[in-house]
Design a protein around this ligand. Structure first.
Ligand code: SF4
Ligand code: SF4
Length: 370
């Protein structure tokens, strides 16, 4: 409704949904609203991050515009999510990245430019554009210390921002209705998150890219999620090989780090590619203002990390390895620098919202809850 801010508008729509309850079988959001009579700011933060944007309720609703009730739950909850991300971001001025794609693009471009310029300035052309073979070949181009120090600084910076935001979110979404729920709630939430249970959109799948449900979004999301997990395992194994077994990379094609990394890389390319295609094709009416821009930057950066990683693997014995390695590190820097100010944050707030939900449902239905 014109004149209402995001929280007032979410409150208005959720009160109508609570009277209607037609969509209560679709997702946890509708089961969670049944325990509330009106919706404070903390409730809206919580419910908006419980929403998985499957859009089932939008296509089922008989009160969407042009009806005078003007109900559009996926859109208003997407806009409330952006408010969450911005509010719990640190430093505050970088929180603007969630509403203005230009800020995220600038951060990503700055990271890529810094890594590229430093590499061109510090690595002699005869080294950068030559073939390097045998153990330690990558470190002949970029020294181990430079590679690890840059990555770890950005990695721990992102983790610190997430932890700070997650703690604030947890505190502000607490209400008399919501108790932590203990280990049981945490285990149930972990199962839901790992299996992407709520991306089933009430059963048949999410309504992407159009009005028909399908499992495709869940498949692309799973490929992206498990691709990241496999690549993390690959990096951890490479660390063990190098620092405990004293075996320097590159490793044989049949070795565990390469197998995990390659399978993860292919999964990431397919997953991010599919999600990007969905973004471009999907119905804009249920999308929140500003949200798609943030999603594009994240998916492109993640997809490019996977793509340049795969090219580096395939061409590692050629003279292209040096420039591909630098490009790969530049995209990793862009991904890490934008991670606290882009779509990555949804993993933090959504997981916390699902833990809250599982705890709340466990209290509301102690005998039926797993
Ligand atoms: S989205 Fe529409 S149909 Fe679904 S509960 Fe709300 S008002 Fe009812
Ligand atoms: S878009 Fe999907 S997840 Fe979000 S409130 Fe509607 S049915 Fe629930």
């Amino acid at each position: 409704m014109p004149g209402l801010d995001v929280f007032e508008e979410a409150n208005r729509q959720l009160i109508i949904c609570n009277a209607c309850r037609y969509c209560e079988g679709y997702c946890p959001v509708f089961r969670a609203i049944e325990t509330r009579r009106d919706f404070q700011r903390g409730d809206v933060f919580y419910l908006s991050n419980l929403c998985h944007d499957c859009r089932a309720c939008y296509y089922a609703c008989m009160y969407t515009p042009p009806h005078e009730f003007a109900i559009n739950i996926p859109k208003i909850l997407a806009e409330a999510r952006i408010e969450t991300y911005e509010r719990f971001s640190w430093p505050g001025f970088l929180g603007r990245a969630f509403k203005h794609r230009g800020v995220t693009v600038f951060l990503a471009a700055a990271a890529i430019a810094v890594v590229t310029i430093l590499s061109l300035a510090l690595i002699p052309p005869g080294t950068l554009f030559a073939a390097h073979l045998g153990p330690g070949a990558f470190y002949e181009v970029v020294p181990y210390f430079a590679m690890v120090a840059g990555g770890l600084i950005l990695f721990f910076y992102g983790i610190a921002v997430w932890l700070r935001g997650g703690a604030q979110f947890w505190s502000e979404t607490r209400s008399a209705l919501q108790q932590p729920g203990g280990f049981k709630a945490f285990a149930a939430a972990a199962g839901a998150a790992l299996g992407l249970r709520y991306l089933k959109g009430g059963g048949p799948g999410c309504f992407y890219p159009g009005e028909r449900p399908s499992a495709a979004r869940r498949v692309y999301h799973s490929l992206t999620f498990w691709g990241l997990v496999l690549d993390f395992i690959s990096t951890t194994l490479a660390f063990i090989y190098q620092d405990f077994l004293h075996l320097l990379p590159p490793y044989a094609l049949g070795s565990a780090p390469v197998i995990f990394g390659a399978v993860g890389g292919v999964a990431l390319i397919l997953g991010t590619g599919g999600l990007l295609w969905f973004k471009m094709k999907s119905d804009p009416d249920p999308a929140g203002v500003g949200a798609p821009g943030m999603d594009y930057v994240f998916l492109v950066a993640l997809g490019m990390v996977a793509l340049t990683g795969m090219f580096t693997l395939v061409l590692r014995e050629t003279s292209a390895m040096g420039s591909l390695l630098v490009l790969h590190l530049a995209f990793i820097a862009a991904l890490f620098l934008t991670a606290p100010y882009g779509k990555f944050v949804h993993a933090v707030y959504r997981t916390l919202a699902v833990i809250r939900y599982e705890g709340e449902q466990g209290q509301a239905h102690p005998s039926s809850h797993p």
